[in-house]
Design a protein around this ligand. Structure first.
Ligand code: KMH
Ligand code: ZN
Length: 286
């Protein structure tokens, strides 16, 4: 068990509408402000989905590049782009996300029902994503929505080798309607199936947020929180902003005697290649 807790913030996602959730960061300026506040609150990784001028989800490469550059210039956070996008995004666009040269990217390990939609992740697509990330020295976070996705991860690593950086890090996404539930039992089963030496974070969608957070900490795991997954802070109380969720996660991690992990330690744990401009590297002694 690591002594500290890596906290990832997933501030936006592709599913909620700005009109319904005014606090959702959808412009680059809102995203950068959010990233700064979440870094101060204890996050070390940001999982990024972006929106277009009409606040709709987009995988536009120019915008992705500008987003990576801005987050790198304004924060120290590990910049992890979503390769999952929205359920409607074509595979070619999802692969092209890597052209924006993020530090890390998500890599979902199989298909899952996603409410009334289907989040499609064909085996050949997953292999292509994994291999391209390795070639480009981008660290994957393997997104696990169901136990079968862990069986697929074992197969992927056996057949195609370890990811760039050599360390396997998974994110258990729990409580999606169609995926594994956000329960202690499901989390325990998933943890038992992790590849040897792998680390994990967990995120519980909606009502599963706090139970999954507590279970993950107890099981020695790390945390992902944010408005991609959680819009209600407590019954009847909408989330104020992403930093509120990060602050709660960091406070509970502190109570559990596994305080939030500094960014430099998260970079080392995940095996991130440092793409920050030289002054930023010097400032953190990297
Ligand atoms: N928006 C979901 C369809 C990821 O970012 O890689 C996929 C998702 C997973 O959020
Ligand atoms: Zn996502």
């Amino acid at each position: 068990m690591t002594a500290r807790t890596l906290i990832t913030v997933a501030p936006t996602g592709a599913e909620s509408a700005k009109a319904d959730v005014p606090a959702l960061p959808v412009t680059l300026a809102e995203l950068v402000d959010t990233a700064r506040a979440c870094a101060t609150a204890g996050a070390s990784v940001i999982h990024v989905h972006i929106r277009d001028d009409a606040t709709q989800p987009t995988l536009d490469l120019g915008r992705l590049r500008a987003t990576v550059a801005a987050l790198r210039a304004e924060t120290d956070l590990v910049v992890q782009l979503s390769s999952g996008g929205a359920v409607t995004d074509p595979e070619a666009d999802r692969l092209a996300v890597l052209d924006a040269e993020p530090d890390a990217a998500s890599c979902t390990m199989g298909t899952v029902n996603f409410g009334t939609d289907v989040f499609l992740n064909r085996w050949d697509f997953v292999v292509e994503l994994h291999n391209r990330m390795r070639e480009r020295e981008i660290v994957p976070e393997y997104e696990i929505f169901d136990l079968g996705h862990l069986a697929a991860l074992h197969r992927l690593l056996d057949r195609h080798g370890p990811p760039y950086g050599g360390h396997v890090h998974c994110d258990l996404v729990m409580g999606v309607p169609g995926g594994m539930p956000g329960t202690v039992q499901a989390l325990t089963a998933a943890v038992q199936m992790l590849p040897a030496g792998a680390t994990f974070s967990a995120t519980g969608v909606g009502r599963a947020t706090v139970p999954v957070l507590l279970a993950a900490l107890s099981a020695g795991g790390h945390l992902r929180v944010g408005m991609e997954d959680t819009l209600t802070f407590a019954p009847g109380q909408p989330v104020r902003d992403n930093a509120q969720l990060v602050h709660r996660a960091a406070s509970i991690a502190e109570l559990a005697l596994r305080p939030a992990m500094p960014v430099a330690e998260a970079r080392a744990l995940l095996g991130i290649r440092d793409r920050r401009p030289a002054p930023a590297q010097a400032a953190t002694g990297a």
